[in-house]
Design a protein around this ligand. Structure first.
Ligand code: ATP
Ligand code: MG
Length: 363
């Protein structure tokens, strides 16, 4: 089976992308794209999936497709190296989903912890749309259609990848080796696995409104950082402070590098020393937040500026997406054809079939 190394990832067009996406997946994608270690890379905007929980708001999804595309380009995804496409434009994915549905039980989907928590978050308990409930299956179609070997995502996607691997194994067991089993690639830095929101909530998420967006203006970034959640018991500068659950320090874990200390906080040789001082007492939140702000501005200014350049030529971005869809469709069609052959639903391509049937009825 395919020895090619192929990357696939995507994002839901439910909002602009934020720094959680950046550390959870986007930064890694750009590195992998430029590493030369992979044969192909597919990145897609998951509009069909976004519609599973935004069925009443297609306009939101439509508007955010271009926002996500702009964020991709601003971060350095390069259409010359990666195929960027829109999920709904690849009908082969629906066909694959339909066939995979028979390989999964309802109770297995109900046990998926990500689906469980997302159902809770959206207050779907009593009225879960079937499409939403089954989105792990459609995600398996996305991954397998492109024969992805490697899926760089945040920790919340782990159950999805496990589900995909199960479906692949079951398909291959029933119908013969056809699909490629994907591997998840999680961020190396623990703080990036699931970046918390600025409100200290478990996850920065477009749907929770606790985000610093890649495209935020400098003063918005500063305002968000200066009002971030820290240690609620750290009232006076001289008080000892806690690091656990302190979002400012989690962000420093995710974003700070040694050169930031040289540049902006030369009194401290590294993050460990800064943390130790905070825990001892005598270090105020404002100083730490200002330091974080300098780091974030350094990171986000060039991204925002590149985005503004791409915003000057919107038609060419749609053209790039359309080209990406064509390439993606061709790739997905090959896999679909393999799947249909394996499942024996290839009546008009199988030359022996008619011959066989002729003989059967001649008896
Ligand atoms: P929504 O609330 O609409 O689900 P989201 O913010 O969760 O949006 P997705 O489009 O679902 O974003 O996720 C896209 C990718 O970004 C996935 O790989 C996911 O793991 C990663 N990701 C999203 N949020 C975070 C986060 N806070 N920390 C790390 N990775 C994240
Ligand atoms: Mg999500």
């Amino acid at each position: 089976m395919g020895k090619e190394k192929i990357i696939l990832t995507g994002d839901r067009p439910t909002g602009r992308l934020h720094i959680g996406h950046f550390v959870g997946s986007l930064r890694r994608r750009v590195e992998l794209q430029d590493s030369g270690l992979f044969d192909k890379m597919f990145v897609f905007i998951a509009d069909s999936q976004a519609l599973t929980d935004n069925v009443d708001n297609p306009e939101k999804v439509r508007q955010n497709v271009i926002e996500v595309a702009l964020d991709y380009l601003a971060c350095g995804l390069d259409p010359a190296k990666a195929t960027i496409f829109i999920q709904s434009q690849i009908p082969e994915l629906c066909e694959l989903t339909f066939y995979y549905m028979n390989l999964v039980t309802v109770s297995r989907l109900q046990r998926n912890p990500t689906v469980k928590s997302e159902i809770q978050m959206r207050n779907f308990e009593t009225s879960i749309p079937v499409g939403f409930f089954t989105y792990p299956i459609s995600q398996t179609a996305d991954i397998t259609a492109f024969r992805a070997t490697t899926v760089p995502v945040g920790e919340d996607q782990e159950p999805m990848l496990e589900q995909a691997r199960e479906i692949v194994r079951r398909f291959n067991y029933l119908y013969g080796e056809t699909l490629v089993e994907p591997e998840i690639l999680l961020p190396e830095n623990a703080a990036c696995l699931r970046l918390p929101g600025t409100d200290g909530k478990a996850k920065m998420s477009k749907s929770l409104g606790n985000c610093i967006y890649l495209s935020d203006e400098a003063d918005d970034i500063q305002k968000k950082i200066m009002s971030m959640y820290t240690d609620p018991d750290h009232l006076r500068v001289q008080d000892p402070g806690k690091l656990e659950g302190n979002t400012v320090f989690t962000y420093l874990d995710a974003f700070s590098r040694p050169e930031h200390f040289e540049l902006y906080l030369p009194d401290y040789p590294n993050l460990d020393e800064l943390k130790a001082h905070y825990q001892r007492g005598g270090l105020g939140d404002v100083k730490v937040k200002r330091f974080l702000n300098s780091i974030m501005q350094d990171l986000l200014t060039p991204i925002r500026e590149r985005r503004k350049e791409f915003e000057q030529d919107i038609p060419s971005i749609y053209e790039m997406l359309q080209n990406g869809c064509e390439v993606a469709r061709a790739a997905a069609a090959e896999t679909l054809s393999d799947v249909k052959n394996a499942m024996k639903i290839n009546y008009f391509d199988d030359k022996d079939l008619i011959e066989e049937q002729v003989k059967r009825f001649q008896k």
